[in-house]
Design a protein around this ligand. Structure first.
Ligand code: CP
Length: 284
């Protein structure tokens, strides 16, 4: 594996190889990893920064507002220049679906997709898998309901691929359940929240992608996860959300901070997953 562009490209063995990589130890040779983020980020940017330090490399955060992209240089040419200048790897977040793939074809260093448009967010899914493995002891046999703005969510796509490849049953629960493309794996697609949550071990709530489409406030209220909605799921079910969370929009404050929330564990597992990935991609 030279790059991480999408979970859809990976086999179960590839995914387990990353998840089972140890986190301790440095990547030989030193040097820097470039962060090229064209969309806002807190968790992904900071956790990559932490992970890069952890493997003994230096993060260099390219601020798009002050890079030569402002003078008309393309993102691909910018990334080629970062590689020529000695970056060991590139971490790219973009609103353009497919751009990380094109960058990977244009440079001879590893490229990591930190979220491309509505396509994929593979490192989020890897972190979520670690959090689930830690909580349940494994992923095989789990039933995971992914709830909310499935159609526009790159987190939903990456998680649907990863969880299905690792033997979970994935339900897509969304207002546009019928329209979600058939290449997003699922065992069930429904617009009915109660039906989607019945028997689910995990309720994975998504942020409404308001920057990508105008979403309907009635939909938002119907799919909000509060204690009452959660009562449709078994008592052992846990709640996840990739962030950023809009409190009381997708999920209530009571649930976010309650005993069934895995959200803080998702964030710490995200650092761990990115550390493992860097070691996997950059170690000889
Ligand atoms: N989950 C996630 O990608 O969060 P950020 O946008 O804060 O990185």
């Amino acid at each position: 594996m030279n790059h991480l562009i999408s979970i859809a490209d990976l086999s179960r063995q590839d995914i387990e190889g990353i998840l089972d990589t140890r986190t301790a130890g440095i990547v030989p040779g030193g040097g820097s990893v470039a962060l090229v983020f064209h969309e806002p980020s807190t968790r992904t940017r900071f956790s990559f920064t932490q992970a890069i330090h952890q493997v003994g490399l230096h993060p260099v955060d390219l601020n798009p507002g002050s890079s030569s992209e402002q003078k008309g240089e393309t993102t691909i040419d910018t990334c080629r220049n970062l590689a020529w200048a000695g970056a060991r790897a590139l971490v790219l977040r973009t609103s353009l679906t497919g751009l990380p793939h094109k960058v990977a074809e244009s440079v001879d260093i590893p490229v990591i997709n930190a979220g491309d448009g509505t396509n994929e967010h593979p490192t989020q899914a890897l972190g979520d898998a670690l959090a689930l493995r830690r909580h349940f002891g494994g992923i095989e046999g789990l039933t995971v309901a992914i709830v909310g703005d499935v159609f526009f969510s790159r987190v939903a796509r990456s998680n649907a691929h990863l969880l299905t490849k690792l033997g979970a049953s994935v339900r897509l629960v969304s207002p546009d359940a019928k329209d979600v493309p058939s290449n997003v794996p699922r065992s069930m697609s429904t617009s009915k929240l109660e039906e989607g949550l019945a028997g689910a071990d995990v309720v994975m709530v998504l942020r409404w992608q308001d920057e990508r489409h105008p979403s309907d406030r009635h939909h938002k209220a119907y799919y909000r996860i509060d204690e009452y909605a959660l009562s449709a799921a078994p008592g052992h079910a846990v709640v996840m959300h990739p962030g950023p969370v809009n409190r009381d929009v997708e999920v209530t404050a009571e649930v976010i901070d309650g005993p069934r929330s895995l959200i803080r564990h998702q964030v710490s597992a995200g650092v761990e997953a990115r550390t493992k990935l860097l070691r996997r991609l950059l170690s000889p």
